[in-house]
Design a protein around this ligand. Structure first.
Ligand code: UDP
Ligand code: MG
Length: 321
């Protein structure tokens, strides 16, 4: 088979209700493309009938290829595996399986790519039917990340994007195991631009990102792209030193001026103890986040394990990294 011009990578975790509709809308878009296109479906250890739906698609359509993980490794890892697997020589698109990312937008992205951009990321102007809490936390998080991160990670962008083959080659060559793709994508540089879109509600099924997973992703984004939190300990230390000196001066002043010092008793000691204790634990926690990440990298385990590749039980069960 000749190399296709485009690849579309789609991570899938328990999306049985969405796969057929997604495929239907995508084939509509694929017909309008100016080159061949392959679909890379990455089954992230789904526990429903997603894998058999994927197998069926692959049997009827030779443009479909898939990888199935031996267990659930998470969205970012699924996208990573898809990128490792693409054969396109032109551009690669990453999108979700739940149709929150409208496939029709791909045409606009390709237009920008033809204009010479290497990365075209989709930027949300609004989110439909998502909870206030999710909207607010996402809004706040992207702004905090922008303040803290060393690279300019655009606000309100997810993983829905188009990348030139050159960019994907760079991403594939990055050895790190902890992958925050939207950050890495900004880190590589090249000519980048955005297309705006309104984020649709899910076509069917529940969100696969629980609050816990979203929170972990947020921490991961900050720790992977900023060392500012490590400095928090230094700043807190300086602040409490200043408070301590002021208190000392105050006590000396009270003694010299023969006033009774009000700073006595267990209450004060208990409050100070808890305050300093929590500051210390907080700082150790931050250190732990970074050390944990070093530990993960040093262990050098593969990022994912593959149980099946497009109908063939995988001979090589682990990733290349
Ligand atoms: N997903 C995945 N592994 C996971 C969680 C999610 O591959 O552990 C996929 C999921 O099937 C979907 C995409 O990642 O295609 C985004 O997930 P979701 O819609 O739950 O997230 P959100 O829309 O809130 O970003
Ligand atoms: Mg979604």
């Amino acid at each position: 088979m000749t190399q296709p011009t485009y690849s579309i990578v789609i991570p899938i975790f328990n999306e049985e209700e969405n796969i057929h509709e997604m495929y239907r809308r995508l084939t509509g878009v694929m017909q309008q493309l100016d080159g061949d296109c392959e679909l890379i479906l990455v089954d992230d250890g789904s526990r429903d009938s997603s894998l058999s739906a994927i197998r069926e698609l692959q049997m009827c359509d030779s443009r479909v290829r898939y990888i199935s993980f031996a267990r659930n490794f998470g969205h970012q890892v699924a996208v990573t595996a898809g990128l490792n697997f693409v054969r396109a020589e032109g551009a690669i698109v990453v999108m979700d399986a739940d149709l929150q990312d409208p496939p029709e937008l791909i045409l606009g992205m390709i237009e920008k790519w033809h204009q010479g951009y290497h990365v075209v990321y989709a930027q949300r102007t609004s989110r439909k039917k998502e909870s206030i809490v999710k909207k607010f936390t996402a809004y706040a998080f992207y702004r905090i990340l922008r303040k803290l991160a060393d690279v300019d990670i655009p606000s309100d962008t997810g993983d829905f994007c188009l990348m030139d083959k050159q960019v994907v080659n760079v991403l594939n060559a990055m050895p790190e195991r902890n992958r925050y793709i939207r950050g890495l994508r900004a880190w590589v540089g090249y000519r980048q631009t955005s297309v705006k879109f309104e984020r649709d509600p899910r076509f069917a099924g529940k969100e696969k990102y629980t609050f816990g997973k979203s929170f972990a992703l947020a921490i991961n984004g900050i720790v992977s792209f900023s060392r500012v939190p490590l400095r928090v300990a230094t700043y807190l230390g300086m602040l409490s030193a200043v408070i301590a000196v002021l208190m000392m001066l105050l006590i000396v002043y009270w003694r010299l001026s023969d006033r009774a010092t009000p700073l006595v008793g267990y209450t004060l000691i208990a409050v100070a103890l808890f305050f300093l204790g929590s500051v210390q634990l907080f700082c150790i926690g931050i250190l732990g986040e970074y050390i944990g990440r070093i530990y993960e990298e040093v262990k050098g385990r593969p990022i994912y394990t593959v149980k099946e590749v497009s109908g063939v039980t995988s001979q090589q069960t682990v990733s290349m990294h």
